[in-house]
Design a protein around this ligand. Sequence first.
Ligand code: SUG
Length: 446
Amino acid sequence: MQAREANFDGLVGPTHNYAGLSFGNVASLANEKSAANPLAAAKQGLRKMKQLADLGFLQGVLPPQERPSLRLLRELGFSGNDARVLERAAKEAPELLAAASSASAMWTANAATVSPSADTQDGRVHFTPANLTSKLHRAIEHEATRRTLSAIFADEARFAVHEALPGTPALGDEGAANHTRFCSAYGERGVEFFVYGRSEYRRGPEPVRYPARQTFEASRAVAQRHGLHEEATVYAQQRPDVIDAGVFHNDVIAVGNRQTLFCHERAFVEQSAVYDRLRERLAKTGAELNVIEVPDARVSVADAVSSYLFNSQLLTRADGTEVLVVPQECRENPRVSAYLDDLISGAGPIADVLVFDLRESMKNGGGPACLRLRVVLTEAERAATAPGVWIDDALFTRLDAWIGKHYRDRLAPADLADPTLLVESRTALDELTQILGLGSLYDFQR
Ligand code: SUG
């Protein structure tokens, strides 16, 4: 079966800000309480979508969520009208207001884990929204994520959109950021690679400084409910010492596409055994794994974390060569930049590098790969999706104007208490559902 990979990027929401909410994510902590520019953030993300669509890649968009979440604040005991809830939260618990206001749903690599129909026993594309249980501001995403995915992938004969796993530490799930798929061609059966940070029940090494967000138990549950063939899955553990160095998701240290695995030499526990397992399983599908391992001596883990070299998108072009989509921080780091020059001038499969300014997202620890959810679709599956979410010239123009009309160009922590931000945000989202043709997605519309 012929299939293509689509990338669904998260549109940055109107409340994008820096609240230092993600302990273990170095950039999030470093930029805590600085002022953000939501307008620039949304435009930077949209430009990436447009440029990749122009290059012929299938590019979709996922809408932001309703923030601040009055629902969360009310659940936490703040009462009164909306303005009063915001005022009380700002005064009594500004950290909770920040959690309720984060635009973190923009990092759609954490929205869900997706298994293409070629890999699943029932021949449907399976989605499991991630429970994101390790951070409050992210744990409130999955219900709206499920609603959005169900609106876009509504045809139940072709798509299965599951509930998130139960939200408990044993089942911490961060979605596609810890999941990679290898295959000979997108439409052929592949090998799904699940990377976890710790196991709740099996003994094993764990980080000591920062949390491991993904558990083995969550990864295995996702594989099971997607109906993946046992012999087509591989599990690996992230090295705890690199989690402690700021690698809070596997996509900060490794990226894979088709037959290529591009990773740092210190990505996994027992790394060479992981390669062997991947090679052996992939060989059964008739494909050969090509590992590009970056030595510490060329790019240290610290350089990988600050430049986000591995939080890149590895995309296959029509001619079969691969292009690496990196943030501009990679070109600003002389060691990473020199490595990239060598990489594309060598004989390997990566032939080109595309550089994007995603500064606003990067300051919260979100690079090109964080901003996108990969969904492999056959032509018939693509035809069954909601038509309004695919980026083309017309949709780009409408979204660009929509951002210009509704977004602020400065948002400081104190602004989160401003009740007009809630009104602005709802007005913007109401208009967006019409642009994308997704119906009434948001609580405030129901
Ligand atoms: O979960 N940052 C996100 C970044 C997610 C990156 N995603 C991937 N690696 N796929 C997180 O840590 C920071 C929000 C703040 O501090 O305001 C934040 O949530």
